[in-house]
Write a protein that binds this ligand. Structure first.
Ligand SMILES: C[S@@+](CC[C@H](N)C(=O)[O-])C[C@H]1O[C@@H](n2cnc3c(N)ncnc32)[C@H](O)[C@@H]1O
Length: 312
C-alpha cells in the first residue's frame, strides 16, 4: 500500500510541476485577492504589455467568475485556491505574451462572441469596418455570400447574423481554422446557413454563384513579420499574416477570380493594409472590377476596398 501511496504522491508532484502557473501560485500564497491583482498588473506591465490593468481584469473575471469582481476584491466573496491557481495558469500564458483572446479562448466581434484558438487569426475590430460597409451596400435580393480566407468565420457569421435570408460559404486553406469556424457557426446558431470548404481562395467554386464576395486575406509584407509584436509574430498563424514579398500575393490571386465568382452586379469587399489602397485598387481595375471605393476604419486608416462586377 505504501508503494501505491508513494506513486500517487509522485504523480501529484509531477502534475504540479508541469503546471505553468506554479511559480506565480507560490508568489501569491500569502496575498489577498487585491494584492494579487496589484502584483499581476505590475508583472504584465514589466512583460511589456500596455493594457496591463485591462488584461488583469479580464483574466481575473475569467478565472474567478464571481458575478461581482469588485466584491471579491474587497474580500466580500470567497474564491477558492483552485480558482487562484487557474488564474495563475492563465496569467502565466499571458506573461509569455500569448494573446489575451487565445488565453481566454474567445473574442468579441461585431455582436458575436467567437471562439479563438492558435489556429485562427483573432478577429480584429478594424475588420468590423468591412462588415459595416457591406451591410450598408447590401444588394437587393442578395442570398449568397462567399468569404475567402474565413479563419474563425468572423466576417461571414457577422454578415449572416444581420441578414436572416442570406446563406454563405467560408473557404480556407487551413483545415484546423475551418473546424473553429464550423464551431463558431454552431455557437452563433448559424450552422444551417453557413458551410465551410477547404480550398485555395475561389478555386473550384461554382462560377457566378455569389452575390457578395468578401475577404480579409493575409497582407503583411514578409520582411515585416519578424518585427511584429510577440502576440502576433509568435502566436498567430503565419498563413493568416504573410502576404509575400510586397504583401500583395493574395490580392493578385483573388482579383483574378472575382469576375468568375461574382454574379452580375455583385458586390465585393476586401480588407487592406493602411498603405495598400492604391496598389490593390490598381489590381482590381486591371481585373475589370468597377465602382471601386475605399472606406476607412475608426482610426481613419484606409481599410476596405469595395466594388462591383458589371451587370450583364
Ligand atoms: C487575415 S486572416 C483572416 C481571417 C478572418 N477572415 C478574419 O477576418 O478574422 C486570412 C485567412 O486566410 C487564410 N488563407 C491564407 N492563404 C489562403 C489561401 N491560399 N486560400 C484560402 N485561404 C487562405 C488563412 O488561413 C487565414 O485564415
Amino acid at each position: 500500500l505504501s508503494g501505491e501511496f508513494d506513486n500517487l504522491v509522485d504523480a501529484a508532484r509531477a502534475d504540479m510541476s508541469a503546471r505553468p502557473g506554479l511559480s506565480l501560485c507560490e508568489a501569491w500564497r500569502d496575498l489577498d485577492l487585491a494584492a494579487i491583482r496589484r502584483d499581476l498588473i505590475k508583472r504584465l506591465g514589466q512583460a511589456g504589455i500596455d493594457e496591463a490593468e485591462i488584461d488583469t481584469r479580464y483574466l481575473m473575471r475569467h478565472a474567478l467568475r464571481p458575478d461581482d469582481l469588485t466584491a471579491a476584491l474587497a474580500g466580500e466573496v470567497l474564491v477558492s485556491w483552485q480558482q487562484v491557481s487557474e488564474l495563475a495558469d492563465l496569467a502565466s500564458a499571458r506573461l509569455q505574451r500569448q494573446p489575451l483572446s487565445q488565453v481566454l479562448g474567445t473574442q468579441p466581434f461585431w455582436t458575436l462572441d467567437l471562439r479563438v484558438t492558435p489556429d485562427v487569426l483573432t478577429p480584429r475590430s478594424d475588420t468590423e469596418a468591412l462588415v459595416e460597409a457591406v451591410l450598408a451596400r447590401w444588394p437587393e435580393n442578395t442570398t449568397r455570400v462567399l468569404d475567402l480566407g474565413t479563419g474563425s468565420g468572423a466576417i461571414l457569421l457577422a454578415l449572416l447574423s444581420e441578414r436572416g435570408e442570406a446563406t454563405g460559404v467560408g473557404v480556407d486553406l487551413s483545415r484546423k481554422a475551418l473546424e473553429v469556424a464550423q464551431g463558431n457557426a454552431s455557437i452563433c446558431s448559424l450552422s444551417d446557413r453557413a458551410c465551410f470548404v477547404e480550398g485555395r481562395w475561389g478555386n473550384g467554386l461554382e462560377p457566378h454563384a455569389f452575390d457578395i464576395v468578401v475577404s480579409n486575406p493575409p497582407y503583411i509584407v514578409s520582411d515585416v513579420l519578424a518585427g511584429l509584436a510577440p502576440e502576433v509574430r509568435d502566436y498567430e498563424p503565419a498563413l493568416a499574416l504573410d502576404g509575400g514579398d510586397d504583401g500583395l500575393d493574395a490580392y493578385r490571386e483573388i482579383a483574378g477570380q472575382l469576375e468568375t465568382l461574382l454574379a452580375p452586379g455583385g458586390l465585393f469587399a476586401l480588407e487592406i493594409g493602411y498603405d495598400q489602397a492604391q496598389s490593390v485598387s490598381g489590381l482590381l481595375e486591371r481585373a475589370g472590377l468597377q465602382q471601386i471605393e475605399c472606406v476607412t476604419d475608426l482610426s481613419g486608416n484606409d481599410r476596405v476596398l469595395l466594388g462591383r462586377m458589371s451587370e450583364l
